[in-house]
Design a protein around this ligand. Structure first.
Ligand code: ATP
Length: 328
């Protein structure tokens, strides 16, 4: 943009929804008011930018949303934004609405789109990591991750009741795309016997051995948490193979699915989203662009968007060790 002074900020949520996105929207809008600039909501992610689907937002229009899951702005995956023509339309919408900068709440796909848009049209933008998967570099936690973890452990606690009553082995598939963060942390928190994640080399033989050992030591039921990105052929296939080894086991499979995306955001997600929303507005006012705001060791940090997209957070070896120790 020619004029580098930020007077009006557009906010959008893009990609998969995550609990806490509303708290981030609220924080962006209220920070704008605090700094005496305008804010406008863009509906349906990049789709709304192309279609000029906007809503003026003020401090009172974001009341009563900090406690709501989902996103009041709605989110979408936009194929048109992947084309040059689509992005040109989006740029024209920005110009006609006098929007000087964007806050994009989403995952790495959304950041990739924003980066390309910036390269082509020089539109200043700040990314806020919003995804339950926690798979974005440059932050210890993404918005929605903590709530999803709590949803998962609540569900597994319920499965444990029936597993124990019937002496069953439950295989539970959790979300996380290609990453095992949800599986590892929820597995430890719910007392899983085994946790299968894409980052480790697991095998059905080792899994069977673990189950046999636990049965020998007196365990009559087990929970196995399986990340959706696990490389062993999917939760049903793994369960089938274990059943073939052990026809005597009473095995059940549960795929938690989209309940992991919903629900009231946890305290941690609300605070994280609130801090990142303010940080995004302050970064734009500071003439920063092409970065993501995040939290490292409970401190606000900024990461070049390129790194946020390309690099990956490593699985914590200490957590893997803890999971092994606790499964004796
Ligand atoms: P989540 O991790 O929750 O799925 P995400 O932001 O990674 O969130 P994606 O569906 O990958 O979700 O991306 C969201 C949107 O970003 C896409 O629908 C598209 O509009 C835009 N986008 C993604 N990649 C590109 C690209 N290479 N060029 C332009 N736009 C893109």
């Amino acid at each position: 943009m020619i004029d580098n002074t930020i007077k009006r900020i557009g906010i959008l949520t893009s990609g998969g929804d995550a609990p806490g996105m509303n708290a981030a929207i609220r924080a962006v809008v209220r920070a704008c008011k605090y700094y005496d600039i305008e804010s406008i909501g863009i509906r349906q992610g990049f789709e709304g930018l192309i279609a000029n689907d906007m809503i003026e937002l003020g401090p009172r229009s974001v009341r009563h949303i900090i406690n709501q899951g989902g996103t009041i702005l709605k989110t979408a995956r936009s194929e048109e934004f992947k084309t040059k023509e689509g992005r040109e339309k989006a740029f024209n919408t920005l110009k006609s609405n006098n929007i000087d900068g964007l806050v994009i709440i989403g995952g790495d796909g959304s950041f990739t789109g924003a980066k390309i848009f910036h390269e082509e049209f020089n539109v200043p933008f700040i990314g806020i990591p919003g995804t339950i998967d926690n798979d974005i570099f440059g932050t210890d936690f993404t918005i929605g991750y903590d709530t999803a973890l709590n949803t998962v452990i609540e569900a597994i606690d319920k499965l444990r009741d029936t597993a124990t009553s019937h002496n069953r082995v439950f295989f539970v598939e959790v979300m996380g795309r290609d990453a095992g963060f949800i599986a590892l942390n929820s597995g430890i928190a719910s007392g899983a016997q085994e946790i299968l994640i894409p980052e480790t080399n697991d095998s059905v033989e080792e899994l069977c051995l673990s189950l046999e050992n636990s049965y020998t030591s007196g365990k009559k039921s087990s929970i196995i948490v399986v990340a959706e990105g696990e490389q062993l052929g999917g939760v049903f296939e793994i369960a089938k193979k274990v059943q073939a080894h052990h026809p005597e086991y009473d095995i059940r499979v549960t795929v938690l699915g989209h309940i992991q995306r919903g629900g009231t955001p946890s305290c941690q997600d609300r605070v994280l989203a609130s801090r990142l929303g303010i940080a995004a507005v302050e970064a734009l006012l500071d003439h920063k662009t092409n970065i993501m705001v995040g939290l490292r060791s409970n401190r606000l940090v900024q990461t070049p968007i390129e790194e946020a997209i390309k690099k990956h957070n490593e699985i914590d070896q200490e957590l893997l060790r803890a999971a092994r120790i606790l499964s004796v």
